[in-house]
Write a protein that binds this ligand. Structure first.
Ligand SMILES: [Zn+2]
Length: 305
C-alpha cells in the first residue's frame, strides 16, 4: 500500500447577477432574481471567505468578468485573501449557444478583465457556465494557454488531459434511414489542457437553489441528504484509490445561506479526519498533475476511423 494523497478543494462559481441576466434572448429579468445575485456577491462571498479562513482553506473563485466589474470591492477581498480567480465567461453565457466567434470574444474579454484585476497575472483556469460546452472550447482554451478546465465529466475523482475535441459521433436522426447514424465514435485524443473534472453530484445548485417552475432546481433538499451524497462519494474514493482529487462546486448565493454554511463545516470536518488530505485551489491540483506529482488517468474511447 502506498501513501494516501488526496487533493480536496472548492470551486466557487461566483456568478453574482451574471447568471440571472444571461437570459439569452434579451428578455428582462425579474429584479428579485437579480437581488439573489447581489446577495451572493455580498453576503454570500463574505460568509464563504470567513469559512475558508476558519479552516485555513484556499479555494478557486470562478468569476464572470461581469461580476468583477460590477462588484470590484468584493472580488478584491477574494483576490487579496490569496484565493485563485478563474474564468467563467463575461455574463455567464452558455458556450454551447454561442458562435465560435462569440465564444472567442467572450474568452478574450474575460481573460483581459481578470488579468488586469490581478495586476497582470493571467488566469490559468476555466469553468464553463452551467457546464454547457462546445467543440470549440478546449481548442480555444489551449490556444490561449489556459492550463486547466473544470467543465467535463470523463472521470469524477482523477485528473486527466481533456480530449482535444477531434473525436466525432453521429446523433440519431429519425428523419433519415438508420444506416445514417449507426457508426461508432472516433478515437478520443488528449489535448494539453488539464481537466479537473466537474460533477453534478458535487454541486450545490440543483438540490439547494430553488427556481420556481424549473424542474431540477428543487432547492428544498435537506442539507443532511446533500451532505450524505457528497460524503459517500468521498468515502468511496478514499476506499478505492491511493490518490485522488475531490473538487466540489458551489455558489455564494447558495452556499452562503446559513444552513448550507453549516453543512460545509460538517463536510470539511469529516474530510479532515482522513490522513493524506491536502486542501488547495483547483489550479494547484492541475499543476500537481501536470508536473507529475499527482497521477491521473488517460481518457480512452472511440476507434480509429
Ligand atoms: Zn456559474
Amino acid at each position: 500500500m502506498g501513501k494516501k494523497r488526496v487533493l480536496v478543494g472548492y470551486g466557487i462559481d461566483v456568478d453574482a447577477v451574471a447568471n440571472w441576466i444571461n437570459t439569452t434572448d434579451g428578455a428582462p429579468q425579474n429584479p428579485t432574481n437579480v437581488s439573489r445575485g447581489v446577495y451572493g456577491a455580498t453576503v454570500g462571498i463574505d460568509r464563504l471567505l470567513k469559512l475558508w479562513d476558519k479552516y485555513n482553506i484556499k479555494a478557486t473563485f470562478f468569476t464572470p468578468a461581469h461580476s468583477i466589474e460590477s462588484f470590484p470591492k468584493q472580488l478584491a477581498k477574494v483576490r487579496d485573501s490569496g484565493h485563485e480567480l478563474g474564468l467563467h465567461g463575461y455574463t455567464h453565457e452558455f458556450v454551447s449557444q454561442l458562435s465560435a466567434a462569440q465564444q472567442q470574444d467572450v474568452l478574450t474579454r474575460s481573460i483581459d478583465v481578470l488579468t488586469k484585476f490581478c495586476g497582470g497575472k493571467r488566469p490559468i483556469g476555466y469553468t464553463a457556465p452551467a457546464w454547457s460546452t462546445s467543440k470549440e472550447l478546449i481548442p480555444q482554451l489551449a490556444a490561449e494557454g489556459i492550463l486547466y478546465d473544470h467543465s467535463f465529466m470523463h472521470h469524477d475523482v482523477q485528473p486527466y488531459f481533456a480530449p482535444d475535441s477531434s473525436e466525432s459521433w453521429i446523433e440519431t436522426n429519425h428523419a433519415k434511414s438508420a444506416d445514417a447514424w449507426m457508426s461508432p465514435m472516433t478515437k478520443i485524443k488528449p489535448s494539453k489542457v488539464v481537466e479537473i473534472p466537474a460533477n453534478w453530484h458535487l454541486d450545490d445548485w440543483p438540490p439547494l437553489q430553488p427556481i420556481p417552475g424549473r424542474p431540477g432546481a428543487q432547492g428544498f433538499v435537506d442539507t443532511s441528504v446533500v451532505e450524505k451524497l457528497w460524503m459517500e462519494q468521498f468515502d468511496f474514493a478514499y476506499r478505492e484509490y491511493e490518490t485522488f482529487i475531490f473538487p466540489m462546486s458551489i455558489h455564494p448565493q447558495v452556499s452562503g445561506k446559513p444552513h448550507v454554511v453549516l453543512m460545509h463545516e460538517r463536510i470539511i470536518e469529516h474530510i479532515n479526519k482522513h490522513e493524506g488530505v491536502e486542501w488547495m485551489p483547483l489550479g494547484d491540483m492541475a499543476k500537481e498533475f501536470l508536473e507529475g506529482r499527482m497521477p491521473g488517468v488517460e481518457v480512452e474511447g472511440g476507434v480509429e476511423s
